[in-house]
Design a protein around this ligand. Structure first.
Ligand code: AHR
Length: 632
């Protein structure tokens, strides 16, 4: 018997409670949500022709047909161009392999674009979508004219669906032509924005109704060294001018290195703010605090040279919220968003610790608060000596009156079950908690063998009942990482997996979604024999009320192997309906979703009826249920 006191609401639940952690890891941005299909479109990868191959038709040898030369023309942001010298009327071409191929759909329209200038003659660019066997799946053509750079566009309709298409560009007619920013996008992007985001992936995020989106990471905020840290100012404005850098997850230090992993910043800070706005989430940017990733290097910027870093934070607030007449607000307006983005939170550093961090955080915090007292600052936390628990909300951060501390937990399912009561007795006088990265690891942290199995997802659900019960303290929480490409990942487990055409939510995704879409407005006390329900007999529970929808929502985890019959005894000031719903997620511990069976584990909602005040139901073994009880 569980007592739920709907007439004694405890704390308010922050609208930000359940959110999203976005990092460009596992091809989440380039090759993922950013719908560009051409890899290395501006020849700026470390090897300028990575992703490209010279082609000759059957009739001509490459050497006779033509050649390509990469010219470094200078400038900071996009210095290289490709000069194509065509020596035969037909038979010379370049092929782009895409991000592990290009996913194209039958009947869909794709926009090809290229910056080009003529040097000699006027070769026509015959553009083809093709499969690996050379079968043509769509074609168009462009003939650059004039010696000035100009953008040319043309559309292609795909005749077939193909997950690993290639883009061939044949140069017909002798001559010399310079090309840059070679691009192919589906027209059918999220909100049909040209050069936009992959619709199916954004939809999965929107379906979660996230309270916030944290971006751009993660470790990529820090960089393996400071020169490759994430600098938001280089990710806004014209995409041609966004300076590309190597992705921190490119490296051979990963279990699965991806030498072709670079950040083009086509998805940059403007697009992140726009995405947050689209899905109704608060934007939560995390900025570099003058320290590189401490797991890789001990590189920090001297404290007396921190100005640029702090200025980046101040300017970001102006970019998001400033008047369109302010220098950075003006850029926002130029990019198509005159209204402010209403930024309320900013993060200083990711996974940073020690005196170096505190010293730098103190500088950021003092300057940001002096200029923008209403902005809430998220401070970082680092690993404790045990390697498992983190040195959260240190005395120093308390003394500095930090607003929110970003705690990360990657641990075993057992750890998650045992820590469902982690915040029950936590100090309420210190900073609030942002559970900014967490995921149960089926094998070990950073093991490539980790799976998004039901055992892990269920343990996260149990842990999340503890976060919800303590929503007065925990103001934000997000699973991490978010996305992974099945052919190009570096880290497991991940919330959403995709290939070039399809995507699926893991069991963990459905756990997140059930919490997020049943967030409620106030926490309710729920007890069994006067005690918190946090693991006894394998049962975990939390309850909330939604004052707007006038519903009571009870989340119940049965982590045991046997069904459990439970009775919810409700005390409510409002009349309780006699009918509601129960939504159940269940499975076998090792069960997973995958591309072939994307909804093997998925929530099933059923009507629930009862007589009198008490709601009776049976919780299946190894299940997570949300009971929704309307009040009248
Ligand atoms: O989520 C993957 C990585 O885990 C993040 O980049 C980092 O913050 C953490 O170590």
């Amino acid at each position: 018997v569980l007592n739920v006191k709907a007439d004694q609401p405890l704390s308010k639940i922050e609208p930000t409670m359940w959110g999203i952690f976005f990092e460009d890891i596992n091809f989440a941005a380039d090759g993922g949500i950013y719908a560009e299909l051409v890899k290395n479109r501006s020849f700026e990868f470390a090897q300028p022709l990575m992703g490209w191959k010279e082609q000759a038709s059957n009739k001509f040898a490459i050497t006779n047909a033509g050649s390509v030369l990469i010219l470094h023309e200078g400038g900071d942001t996009n210095p290289r161009i490709a000069r194509v010298n065509v020596q035969a009327d037909k038979g010379y071409g370049l092929t782009n392999e895409g991000f592990r191929g290009m996913g194209i759909k039958k009947g869909a329209t794709y926009t090809f674009s290229v910056q080009a200038r003529q040097q000699q003659g006027s070769p026509t660019m015959r553009v083809e979508l093709a499969d690996a066997n050379g079968k043509i799946l769509g074609t168009t053509s462009i003939t650059p004219a004039g010696s000035e750079w100009k953008k040319y566009t043309a559309t292609i309709v795909a005749s077939e669906t193909e997950p690993k298409a290639l883009l061939n560009i044949w140069f017909d007619g002798k001559g010399v032509v310079d090309i840059d920013m070679v691009s192919l996008f589906p027209n059918d992007t999220w909100k049909n924005r040209p050069g936009g985001l992959r619709k199916d992936l954004v939809q999965l995020l929107a379906d979660m109704k996230p309270g916030f989106i944290r971006f751009p990471g993660g470790c990529i905020v820090e960089g393996r060294e400071l020169t490759t840290r994430y600098q938001w100012k280089k990710t806004v404005g014209d995409i041609e001018q966004r300076e590309m850098i190597v992705n921190r997850w490119n490296t051979e230090f990963n279990h699965r290195p991806a030498p072709d992993y670079f950040q083009t910043f086509g998805l940059g800070f403007f697009e992140y703010f726009q995405l947050a706005e689209d899905v109704g989430a608060e934007p939560l940017p995390i900025l570099n605090c003058g320290m590189a990733c401490q797991f890789n290097s001990a590189e920090v910027v001297p404290i007396n040279q921190l100005d640029t870093y702090v200025q980046d934070a101040l300017d970001l607030i102006e970019f998001a919220n400033g008047s369109p007449d302010s220098p950075w607000g003006k850029l926002r307006k130029t990019m198509g968003h005159e209204a402010p983005f209403h930024l309320k939170y900013i993060g200083v550093g990711n996974e940073q610790w020690g005196p170096q961090y505190i010293e730098r955080y103190a500088v950021f915090s003092a300057i940001i608060k002096a200029k923008y007292p209403d902005i809430q600052i998220v401070s970082a936390a680092g690993p404790a000596p045990s390697g498992e628990l983190f040195d959260y909300a240190s005395k120093e951060l308390r003394d500095l009156k930090a607003d929110l501390v970003d705690e990360h937990y990657y641990s075993s399912p057992d750890w998650f079950l045992k820590n469902a009561n982690r915040y029950d007795a936590y100090d309420r006088k210190g900073p609030k908690i942002f559970a900014g990265e967490y995921a149960a690891q089926s094998v070990a942290t950073v093991s490539p063998k980790n799976e998004n199995n039901w055992r892990c997802a269920l343990s996260e659900a149990a842990f999340m009942t503890g976060l919800e019960r303590n929503a007065d303290l925990v103001h934000m929480a997000s699973y991490a990482p978010l996305f992974a490409h099945v052919d190009a990942w570096q880290w497991t487990p991940d919330l959403i997996w995709f290939d070039n055409l399809n995507a699926y939510g893991t069991p963990n995704y459905y756990v997140q979604k059930l919490f997020s879409t049943n967030k409620g407005t106030h926490v309710l006390p729920v007890t069994a024999q006067g005690e918190t329900v946090a693991g006894k007999n394998g049962l975990y529970a939390s309850a909330v009320t939604d004052a707007n929808a006038k519903t009571i929502l009870v989340k119940l985890v049965n982590a045991g192997d046997e069904p459990q019959t439970i009775t919810l005894q409700l005390s409510s000031a409002r009349k309780i309906s006699q009918a509601g719903t129960i939504t159940v997620l269940k499975g076998n511990p090792d069960e997973v979703n995958n591309l072939e069976h994307p909804t093997q584990i998925h929530p099933e909602e059923q009507p629930l009826k009862w007589k009198g005040k008490d709601v009776k139901t049976v919780l299946p073994p190894r299940s997570f249920s949300v009971v929704k009880i309307p009040t009248l």
